[in-house]
Design a binder for this molecule. Structure first.
Ligand SMILES: C[C@@](CO)(OP(=O)(O)O)[C@H](O)COP(=O)(O)OP(=O)(O)OC[C@H]1O[C@@H](n2ccc(N)nc2=O)[C@H](O)[C@@H]1O
Ligand SMILES: Nc1ncnc2c1ncn2[C@@H]1O[C@H](COP(=O)(O)OP(=O)(O)O)[C@@H](O)[C@H]1O
Length: 284
């Protein structure tokens, strides 16, 4: 038997860090939503007790380090499944980009194996399993739009943003999430984006207010390490995006755009100096 799962990328509409916790993680308040840029997973049942991962992408680990492998191992052990699975990852989401590609693959693996092995695990339980794999995995299990607290695993559902275009651009820079959090001095932050105001903007379905409330305290760290990301943000705004922000720990920058007629100018303008540019819709 063979099944398919879609693993979409996320963007952070706002990301605030409250403080560093004794366990080394950071207490966050962030609002995330999904975009229509997705990896595709093909899951094939195997009669023998093994997990095999393959991908067309040459630059991700295919062993125990792959988050899809870790998700399959976790669910197999926890539910005492004796058969195996062969998972092919068709990667479309840029890697280590602040778009949660690996987390979304892990979440899609949990959802997919729940179906393939007919385990009937409730979504809440899949999210708890996801939290063992990474802070962003519980959100990727449910998708939609949500406020995330704790280290990212405590979720409150929110209305989706008004439909718009999302232009994503990633410079050829690798950013480690652990390093960005590690360099952040949470107690020295002077400005904080507001989860409350962004939630209100979403409730009011105001595209303008959503653009006005975009904010991410990790930008300060990543932009200091890579000033070219600030240049990319400025360029996207100059080309006509309505609101621009770095997603997660970066380095991907996204622009929200309400008018489709603006897209060719922004897309072509960015492609002039950035190879990885995507114009997609929100997943609403
Ligand atoms: C920054 C965000 C924003 O959505 O996304 P990305 O940029 O990775 O996409 C997330 O907080 C990333 O979530 P995720 O990538 O799942 O992080 P994890 O694997 O749990 O943790 C990686 C490392 O980041 C740090 N970390 C992560 C989450 C958190 N709330 N505080 C932290 O300090 C820890 O050092 C941890 O070892
Ligand atoms: N299925 C996967 N897809 C992408 N990266 C993966 C996967 N499994 C493990 N990784 C590793 O996870 C790290 C973070 O990747 P990713 O989830 O794409 O980034 P981010 O946390 O910035 O959103 C990379 O260094 C990559 O090698």
């Amino acid at each position: 038997m063979k099944i398919y799962e879609k693993a979409p990328a996320k963007i952070n509409l706002m990301l605030d860090v409250l403080h560093k916790r004794p366990d080394g993680y950071h207490e966050v308040e962030m609002i995330m939503t999904m975009v229509d840029l997705a990896d595709r997973l093909e899951l094939n049942a195997l009669p023998r007790d093994t997990i095999i991962i393959s991908s067309q992408a040459g630059y991700i680990p295919l062993d125990e380090k792959n988050l899809a492998f870790q998700a399959a191992k976790l669910i197999k052990e926890r539910y005492n499944v004796k058969s195996g699975v062969y998972i092919h990852l068709d990667k479309k989401i840029p890697v280590a980009a602040g778009l949660a590609g690996g987390s979304s693959d892990a979440a899609a693996t949990l959802r997919g194996l729940n179906r393939l092995w007919q385990l009937d695990i409730p979504e809440e339980e899949l999210m708890d399993l996801g939290a063992e794999l990474g802070s962003d995995v519980p959100f990727c299990v449910t998708g939609g739009t949500a406020l995330a607290r704790g280290r990212g695993e405590k979720l409150t559902r929110l209305p989706n943003p008004p439909q718009c275009w999302v232009v994503l651009a990633k410079l050829p820079i690798n950013v480690s999430t652990a390093e960005v959090y590690g360099r952040l001095r949470a107690n020295q932050l002077t400005e904080h984006p507001s989860a409350k105001r962004m939630s209100k903007a979403l409730e009011n379905r105001s595209f303008q207010d959503v653009c006005g409330e975009l904010g991410n305290v990790l930008e300060g760290v990543t932009l200091q390490m890579h000033p070219e990301v600030a240049h990319l943000k400025d360029t996207m705004l100059r080309l006509g995006a309505d609101g621009v922000l770095m997603s997660g720990s970066g380095p991907t920058v996204f622009g929200l755009v309400s008018k489709e007629s603006k897209i060719p100018r922004i897309y072509n303008g960015l492609r002039g100096f950035c190879k990885e540019v995507y114009a997609v819709r929100l997943l609403t």
